[in-house]
Ligand binder design. Sequence first.
Ligand SMILES: [Zn+2]
Length: 248
Amino acid sequence: MNNLIFSLRAFFKKNNTYSNRRENLYLSMECLIDLGYKIQDIKNLKKKHIDILVQLWKKQQTHIYVIGERIEDLRWLTNKIGKARIVERDNIGYGKEFDITCPYCNTKAELVSGNVIYPYRIDLENSFYYLCSHCNAYVGTHKESKYPLGMLANENLRKMRLLVHRSMDQLWKSKMMTRNEVYSLLAYEMNIKKEETHIGLFDLEKCSMALDIISAYKEYISYVQDQIRDAYTYQQEIKISMALKNKN
Ligand SMILES: [Zn+2]
């Protein structure tokens, strides 16, 4: 295994975090290796490495929210290893496009605590949202980094995204597919990059596309299960009739 990847893996053993963040950080290190950098340890990361990664992803036309999330994860990592200053303090340090704006009216969104949006939900007091005070569109944020989970959405779009989430959850919770496989299926069928298959980035059209794909897939799976069940029953029947014949 490459030394840089090895040092990141060792770091995760002491500093566990959620899988999406781990994947993002492994991917960042792999990008640096592909670029030809021979970095031996995450402690040797420098400002130029982070800068070049952001440039690379912009050139690859990765969605700005996806890049933003990766920067947040790099900020978390470098903070933990005492090198916080190699990542800009705010994503806007990497370009104005990282400003969180409302897709409906283009106003700059503000970070507010949960009780601004849900005044009666004490449990949401410590969660954060990006809100457009102009048209009341909002989106939740990652707990630790407070980076938005996607683009701001109005009520209609929020409801649709919730439906997609529920529908997807049923699929992977039923153990017919893993969560990762469900995302791969959507990426393939919708012809979008896997890394951009974030429900938080879906608009109304993409939400309804995703719902159609998932329900078609559920139907297909239940058809296959029926076939298997029928075949099994048929096999059992043959076994029984053969046993009867032998007896006679
Ligand atoms: Zn707005």
